[in-house]
Design a protein around this ligand. Structure first.
Ligand code: ZN
Length: 121
């Protein structure tokens, strides 16, 4: 059992709130699946836009989509770690059940594997 569990739990909670706030500016929550976020599409007006303007819009959407996906993935990781806090398995590697180095948890409170198994996350 990890000693400063509350410290990490608070860090994770803070990050969860921050990520959800950021996501809400880029995407909307799927009403049927609250865990699923759908990126909002920028306004497209093909009548008024010339081709290059339209291309810019698509590029903007592409970038936004990339950011949205990264934030969503991060949020899933944070939620997974919070679930492990609730289950009492937080701070232990998902693969080998060894205690995760606190330095690693400080750098990334959402880490659920030890350094050795970091690549398999
Ligand atoms: Zn491990």
């Amino acid at each position: 059992m990890i000693s400063d569990l509350d410290f990490y739990k608070n860090k994770l909670k803070e990050e969860e709130t921050r990520l959800e706030k950021e996501l809400s500016t880029l995407a909307i929550r799927n009403p049927e699946h609250p865990e699923d976020w759908q990126p909002t599409t920028p306004e497209l007006n093909p009548q008024l836009s010339d081709d290059s303007e339209l291309a810019d819009k698509f590029e903007e959407f592409d970038t936004q989509f990339g950011i949205e996906t990264a934030l969503e993935e991060r949020l899933i990781g944070v939620k997974k770690a919070l679930k492990r806090v609730a289950e009492g398995t937080y701070g232990k590697c998902e693969k080998c059940h060894e205690v995760i180095d606190p330095k690693r948890l400080n750098a990334n409170p959402a880490a659920i594997t030890c350094l050795k198994h970091a690549d398999t996350e």
